[in-house]
Design a protein around this ligand. Structure first.
Ligand SMILES: Nc1ncnc2c1ncn2[C@@H]1O[C@H](COP(=O)(O)OP(=O)(O)OP(=O)(O)O)[C@@H](O)[C@H]1O
Ligand SMILES: [Mg+2]
Length: 446
């Protein structure tokens, strides 16, 4: 059986004309439905799935325009072609303004009407595909959101902010210690943006040698340097119309910093060794695990670039500052481990306490790995629960005890001060009378 090209509803009170149109369209492979007036046309539209309606402008009872408006409420994707004998440019304009796809005057040449209907159908299927696509994207976003653990108020706020940021093209500087989830957050911003139909491109500035960052990012012309055997596009070209995450931006060499500034200021870039400026539409997200202001102060990071990048700043707090997330992440990782291995392991009370008392200097990454390893050890030992031993963590010490090492007392004091100033390292450093850098070092060695 030949597949129908689409379903067309013909609404016209003039029976012979209607039959004529219907027969013609049927002979051309369309599925055709008929109605003698707007009301019965609406009944058809509500009960059957139609793609395009060809509707007479003037009929006894409700007219073509009223039908147009009602049918769009039933399904905004249905396209309506208005047909009229009393054509005037004003009514045509009015119909189009109210969302008609096209306007044809009667007597209508059938071939001409069919050409219009064909275009309308193409439009409908495109719109429907787009909708299906957007739906899939939305579900993808929800899945992504489902996997991000955000039990703590701080993390929930960051996700909410990220959703708003998705609606903008702001450059966002994402700060946070290693393993806190900076890339997760960047992905979430991207997934919530109109650029989400392209994948996010990631360049880790710390992972490639300094002298290659430039060409990796901006591409190069043939012969630009030894080894440049052919012209190559850079990440910035790859990310055009999408999002580019510059990871470990603090490690970006000076040259690349200047070039990046041009992209942010003028929306153009040049390949290494090239003269031509290429326009590019890319949304930049930058991430760093150290204090960029310190890099600006000691002259390794351009101040103007810092301000350009820092249009909006998100700081992902370390796990120790969002204790609510520790057990939530642990449970979530354990859940997926159980699913993969077909087990039903749970965390013992002492394991929970040990998890809550650990400082997690490697943050979510360290915690995830610890749970994966512990689940493995527990499976090997055919245990029913994950114990502190499986985790390889010391059992939690009584929190108020004084018989602790100086290092533990220091760590406790630093954390207490941090809590008392709402997590601001600058404030905490002031209270502790040490430099911010010194504080960072202490925190990273906890
Ligand atoms: N809120 C979260 N929920 C679930 N998983 C998370 C969350 N945050 C981080 N992760 C996981 O932890 C790991 C580290 O996250 P990510 O790579 O985003 O950290 P990062 O801050 O970019 O680290 P680095 O500074 O080392 O690059 C990843 O496997 C990520 O999926
Ligand atoms: Mg990262």
């Amino acid at each position: 059986m030949r597949r129908s090209k689409g379903t067309v509803l013909v609404v016209d009170d003039e029976e012979s004309f209607r039959e004529n149109v219907a027969e013609y369209l049927q002979s051309r492979g369309y599925q055709v439905l008929q109605a003698p007036d707007a009301d019965s046309g609406m009944t058809v539209a509500r009960t059957q799935s139609i793609d395009v309606a060809a509707v007479d402008m003037v009929m006894p009872g409700a007219g073509g325009i009223e039908f147009l408006e009602s049918v769009k409420e039933v399904d905004p994707f249905i396209q309506v072609v208005i047909m009229t004998g009393q054509g005037s440019i004003e009514t045509a304009v009015d119909a189009m303004r109210r969302g008609a796809f096209e306007y044809v005057s009667k007597p209508t040449r059938l071939a001409e009407l069919e050409a219009v209907i064909r275009r309308a159908l193409a439009n409908v299927s495109l719109a429907r595909e787009n909708r299906a696509y957007r739906e899939a994207q939305r579900r993808g976003r929800l899945r992504l959101a489902g996997r991000i653990v955000a039990k703590s108020p701080a993390m929930r706020r960051i996700l909410a902010e990220s959703e708003h940021l998705g609606q903008t093209d702001f450059t966002v500087l994402i700060q946070g210690e290693t393993g806190t989830g900076k890339e997760v957050v960047a992905n979430y911003i991207h997934a919530n943006s109109t650029r989400c139909d392209l994948p996010m491109t990631v360049l880790n500035c710390a992972a490639i040698p300094d002298h290659l960052v430039d060409s990796e990012l901006f591409g190069h012309e043939k012969g630009a340097f030894t080894g440049a055997d052919e012209t190559r596009p850079g990440m910035i070209a790859v990310a055009d119309r999408g999002t580019l995450l510059l990871d470990e931006i603090g490690d970006m060499p000076e040259q690349a910093q200047s070039r990046l500034l041009r992209v942010l200021e003028n929306g153009v870039y040049r390949r290494i060794g090239g003269r031509t400026e290429h326009p590019v539409d890319v949304r930049i997200l930058a991430a760093t695990n150290h204090d960029l202001t310190a890099d600006v102060e000691n002259g390794t990071f351009r101040e103007d670039l810092y301000h350009r990048l820092n249009v909006y700043q998100l700081t992902v707090p370390p796990l120790r500052e969002r204790p609510d997330d520790v057990l939530a992440v642990a449970e979530s990782v354990l859940h997926s481990q159980n699913r993969k291995a077909g087990t039903e392991l749970a965390l013992s009370k002492e394991a929970r306490d040990a998890l809550s008392h650990h400082a997690w200097p490697g943050n979510v990454r360290e915690l995830s790995h610890a749970i994966e390893r512990a689940a493995f050890s527990a499976r090997m030992a055919s245990a029913e629960e994950i114990s502190a031993d499986h985790l390889g963590l010391p059992r939690a010490k009584p929190p108020a005890g004084v018989q602790v090492s100086l290092a533990v007392a220091e760590a406790r004091h630093i954390q207490a001060v941090l809590r008392s100033v709402g997590g601001s390292k600058r404030e905490a450093a002031k209270v502790l009378e040490i430099s911010e850098r010194h504080l960072y070092r202490l925190l990273s060695s906890l």
